[in-house]
Design a protein around this ligand. Structure first.
Ligand SMILES: CC(C)(COP(=O)(O)OP(=O)(O)OC[C@H]1O[C@@H](n2cnc3c(N)ncnc32)[C@H](O)[C@@H]1OP(=O)(O)O)[C@@H](O)C(=O)NCCC(=O)NCCS
Length: 227
C-alpha cells in the first residue's frame, strides 16, 4: 500500500478498496451513500470516511464516531481544531489528518498512473512553462502531465478550506525540483493572510502502487514570498 508521505505531525492511512473495514460505517455515512448511484463511488466514499475516522481516532479516541460531513463545495468538514484531506481512485483510498495548531493546510491527491489525460485537460491545467516541462521528455509526457494535475488537485484541497472560494489551475505555477522529489508551487493569488502571492509551497510526488500521489503540507508558520 502507499507509504506515508507526511511527517509525524500528521496521521495517514491508505487502503485498497477491496480491503475489509475495521470500523463499522456510521449510520450517517450509510444514509449519505443511499443517494449515490455508482457502486464504486459508494465504496470509495465509505473507505475514505473509514480511513479518515481511523486517523481522527489516533489523534483523539473520542472521535471514533465523528461523522465527517460534506460542505457546500464538497469539502470534508473536520472536527474543531483538526484538518485533513481525502483522495480515492477506483482501487485505493487515503486520508490524512493533523491538528490546526501544527498544520495550516493539508492536501492529498492520488491518480491511477495509467490514466491518460487528453490534450484538452493539458491546455486547461498547464501554463506555458509547465507545458514545456511536460513536453521535454516525450516518453514521460503523460506521467509528467498527471503529476502536474495531481499536484494542483492536492493544492486545491489544501487551500480551499482557507480561501473558501473556488480557484482554478492558473492560480499556481509549478516548477519541478529534484531535491524536493516534487514541485515548487508558486501562489499567484492570496488564499490566506499567511500565504501571500508569490509564496512557494512544496508538493511531494511519489510513484507507487500504480498511482501518482501528490501531497501538500503547509506548517503553521508564516511563509514569505521569495524576493
Ligand atoms: C475537488 C477535486 C479537487 C477532487 O479531486 P478528484 O481527483 O476528482 O477526486 P479525489 O478522490 O482525489 O478527491 C475527492 C475528495 O476531495 C475532497 N474535496 C472535494 N471538494 C473539496 C474542496 N472544495 N476542498 C477540499 N477538499 C475537497 C473530498 O474529501 C472528496 O472526497 P469525498 O467526497 O469522499 O469526501 C476536483 O474534483 C476539482 O473540483 N478540481 C477543480 C478545482 C481545482 O483543482 N483547481 C486547481 C487549483 S490549482
Amino acid at each position: 500500500m502507499l507509504t506515508n508521505p507526511y511527517p509525524d505531525s500528521c496521521t495517514f492511512f491508505a487502503a485498497s478498496l477491496s480491503s475489509k473495514l475495521s470500523l463499522a460505517s456510521l449510520p450517517e455515512e450509510e444514509s449519505f451513500v443511499q443517494n449515490i448511484k455508482a457502486e464504486s463511488r459508494k465504496k470509495s466514499y465509505l473507505l475514505g470516511r473509514h480511513l479518515a475516522r481511523k486517523a481522527l481516532c489516533e489523534l483523539d479516541p473520542t472521535l471514533a464516531s465523528f461523522f465527517i460531513k460534506t460542505g457546500e463545495h464538497n469539502e470534508p468538514l473536520w472536527p474543531h481544531g483538526l484538518i485533513g484531506s481525502l483522495s480515492h481512485s477506483t482501487e485505493i483510498a487515503c486520508a490524512i489528518v493533523s491538528s490546526f495548531e501544527r498544520t495550516l493546510a493539508l492536501g492529498i491527491d492520488v491518480e491511477p498512473i495509467h490514466r491518460t489525460l487528453s490534450q484538452d485537460i493539458s491546455r486547461k491545467v498547464c501554463d506555458e512553462s509547465e507545458k514545456a516541462w511536460v513536453q521535454a521528455v516525450p516518453a514521460e509526457e503523460n506521467l509528467r502531465l498527471l503529476s502536474i494535475f495531481a499536484a494542483k488537485e492536492a493544492i486545491f484541497k489544501a487551500l480551499f478550506p482557507l480561501y473558501q472560494k473556488m480557484f482554478w489551475f492558473d492560480a499556481v505555477s509549478l516548477s519541478w525540483e529534484n531535491e524536493l522529489h516534487g514541485f515548487n508551487a508558486t501562489l499567484l493569488f492570496e488564499p490566506h493572510p499567511q500565504l501571500r502571492k508569490g509564496t512557494n509551497i512544496p508538493v511531494n510526488i511519489t510513484y507507487e502502487c500504480d498511482h501518482v500521489t501528490a501531497s501538500v503540507l503547509v506548517p503553521q508558520v508564516t511563509y514569505t514570498p521569495r524576493p
